[in-house]
Design a protein around this ligand. Sequence first.
Ligand SMILES: [Ca+2]
Ligand SMILES: [Ca+2]
Length: 221
Amino acid sequence: MKMMWEVILTGVFVGFVHGQFHNPQVVVGRILEPPVPTLCAQRIIHERFKGKGYFFSWKDPHTANLEVDWLDGRNYCRQRCMDLVSLETNSENEFIKKRKVKYIWTSGRLCDFKGCDRPDLKPLPINGWFWTAELKKLAPSNNRVQNDWMVGAGIQIPQPDNREAMQQNGPNENCLAILNNFYNDGVNWHDVACHHRKPFVCEESEPLLNYVRFTNPNLNI
Ligand SMILES: [Ca+2]
Ligand SMILES: [Ca+2]
């Protein structure tokens, strides 16, 4: 199984994936879960957007009141051949942002672990963010046109600001959440410490679906 995963995940971002397995700050003995074929076949799709299915945790009776940390969110999705949502386009971002939920986990994460020591990721707060589910880099965080980080107004500091670590001696804010007017600042992206618990959105993962279809040809997935 492990060998197969290493084949599937080969690519320039393979270091990201391995890094997620070994980053003690994130996993603490927990791992990134592989898909479960029966759960993939039973996955619940609440809405579709440009052909892909999405699951909203607050819409399902089993998860309606569930708030999880970032890795648990990924694993709930991944066991169902999905992953936390990646907002690669403005239209998908707007599709997700119209939900009336106070905050939502996305798959966005800062690459600050093993495998991230690459010149193109420096400086990390600007160039080190990526969509883990798609293994794609975000636009630089100071490019306010191609991303949706909260820009800052009044006493609000532009995101990402790593506030918990910088001001409160807390953990780094390494995960990307959509916050819905939480600081009276509109609906936009914030860097948040990954242990916080939030509702989440899953997005179908073509690599996971293809892998499970290939390995379970008799299952209707
Ligand atoms: Ca996406
Ligand atoms: Ca922040």
